[in-house]
Design a protein around this ligand. Structure first.
Ligand code: EPZ
Length: 418
């Protein structure tokens, strides 16, 4: 895997266009197989996970093209329901194809999904939801999963004890073409879910309750073609906001809705940033070191778990001792050990990391432990004396279209090393 090299202590200044949302585009691409025609998705990020999803759809018999961030899926020719192990185990999103294939074909086969190692990440809620709609799920040996519905899935009431993003997506995709009405109680409320619902409705689905924890899906017999634009990626935006917090300076982020980052903007403002949101734009200015704070992650609209590692990097250079409590994933503090190599003072106790800031950090060799942990190394490297080299950057390229291009555009001294 390639590495990224950063020369720190250079304040940021400039504008950056935020890529389309990974976690919205992936379930939308899977949902495209519910339409037996042609589905066009715009502003799709050119990232590894999207290329993997395209490989899955192609292996099922769909015809896909992906050019200039426009993904076109012709699903009329879909002829297979089994996802190859290589792709099924490569990322978390492959699991939502269970719901999509059950909805389209009444059967599916895949493998326990891959993705960032940030906890056990079971799929019991996915299986519970699909069983409520009448699917029979078999967990075979060798991590293989098969699902069948003797006839068309039937609408049902589905209670989710935890607002799982993926389980909500899986049930939505299975319910759209089911016979009758489905009500998902305890649904995830992340903005990516709202985008998925609006996308499905643009194809002729009947989803209501969007933005709430109770989603209602009236089953329809078929969907039709659509063209839909993916919103800007709020987590990528939050990543670059974190980089301004650590490096200082100012930046204009375009193509992203600040309303999807309210809690993050509140926290950064409390730490001393000056923030302004406009029409699909966020302006941030940061002078001096951030003031410490205490953050607890949680399901939307709470502080997003995907920015927890970035928060560690910001606190690592802040004034005073702050804390981050992680309530969503049980093993998501791997980045702390890497930050400590740069001189960060972090003490992890159970679900909470206590961080005493110091400035500057010290540039050195670190490893990207996972997608967002890798991004946190970049944020920390911007506030480190000397050179920081991040290895195992494949994790980062799974979710960031081109983090070097974006940060260089903001004035960072950063480059990719093969
Ligand atoms: C999605 O993962 C995102 N991934 C994650 O982003 C994000 O961190 C997460 O939602 C939470 O917001 C994609 O959208 C591709 P969950 P997902 O199901 O669906 C437990 C990134 O960095 N759980 O909401 O896997 C689970 O173990 C990635 O872009 C069960 O117990 O998240 C976890 O503790 C990382 N049983 C919690 O719920 C289940 O059946 C949240 O998981 C499902 C989940």
């Amino acid at each position: 895997m390639s590495a990224i090299e950063i020369q720190g202590l250079c304040p940021l200044k400039g504008e950056v266009w935020i890529q389309g949302s990974k976690n919205a585009a992936l379930p939308m691409a899977a949902a495209a197989i519910l339409n037996r025609g042609t589905t066009v998705l715009k502003n799709v990020p050119g990232i590894q996970d999207i290329r993997c999803m395209i490989q899955i759809l192609t292996s099922l018999g769909c015809r896909c093209s992906f050019e200039g961030n426009v993904l076109t899926v012709q699903a009329e020719s879909l002829s297979r329901v089994a996802i190859p192990r290589t792709y099924g185990t490569a990322m978390r999103s492959s699991i939502v194809l269970l719901g999509a294939l059950l909805g389209r074909c009444g059967e599916a086969a895949t493998y326990y999904p891959g993705g960032c190692s940030i906890g056990s990440r079971p799929i019991n809620l996915h299986i519970h939801g699909l069983k409520c709609l009448g699917a029979r799920i078999s967990e075979l040996g060798d991590e293989k999963l098969t699902a069948r519905a003797d006839r068309r899935l039937r609408g049902a009431r589905v209670n989710l004890p935890f607002p799982s993003v993926g389980a909500t997506e899986n049930v939505l995709l299975a319910a759209v073409l089911a016979r009758g009405t489905t009500v998902i109680i305890g649904a995830a409320m992340e903005p990516e879910i709202g985008q998925l619902c609006r996308f499905l409705n643009s194809m002729g689905a009947k989803v209501s309750g969007i933005g709430t924890g109770v989603l209602k899906v009236e089953g329809v017999s078929e969907l039709h073609d659509t063209e839909f634009s993916v919103e800007g990626d709020r987590i990528v935006a939050g990543t670059y906001l974190s980089c301004v917090m650590t490096a200082g300076g100012r930046a204009v982020l375009r193509g992203v809705n600040g309303g999807e980052l309210k809690e993050v903007l509140r926290v950064f403002a409390s730490m001393g940033a000056v923030l302004e949101t406009g029409d699909r734009q966020i302006d941030i200015a940061m002078k001096g070191r951030p003031v410490k704070c205490d953050v607890v992650t949680g399901p939307y609209p709470e502080f997003p778990t995907d920015l927890q590692s970035l928060m560690l990097a910001v606190l690592a250079v802040s004034e005073g001792t702050g804390s981050v409590r992680e309530t969503v994933f049980e093993e998501r503090f791997a980045a702390a050990e890497e930050l400590k190599k740069m001189g960060a003072c972090i003490d992890v106790q159970n679900d909470t990391a206590w961080v005493t800031g110091r400035y500057p950090l010290t540039g050195t060799g670190v490893t990207a432990t996972d997608l967002r942990g890798g991004a946190a190394m970049a944020a920390a490297g911007l506030a480190a004396e000397g050179i920081t080299e991040i290895s195992e950057c494949g994790h980062i390229f799974r979710g960031y279209e081109d983090i070097c291009r974006d940060l260089e555009g903001l004035g960072a001294r950063i480059r990719r090393k093969e």
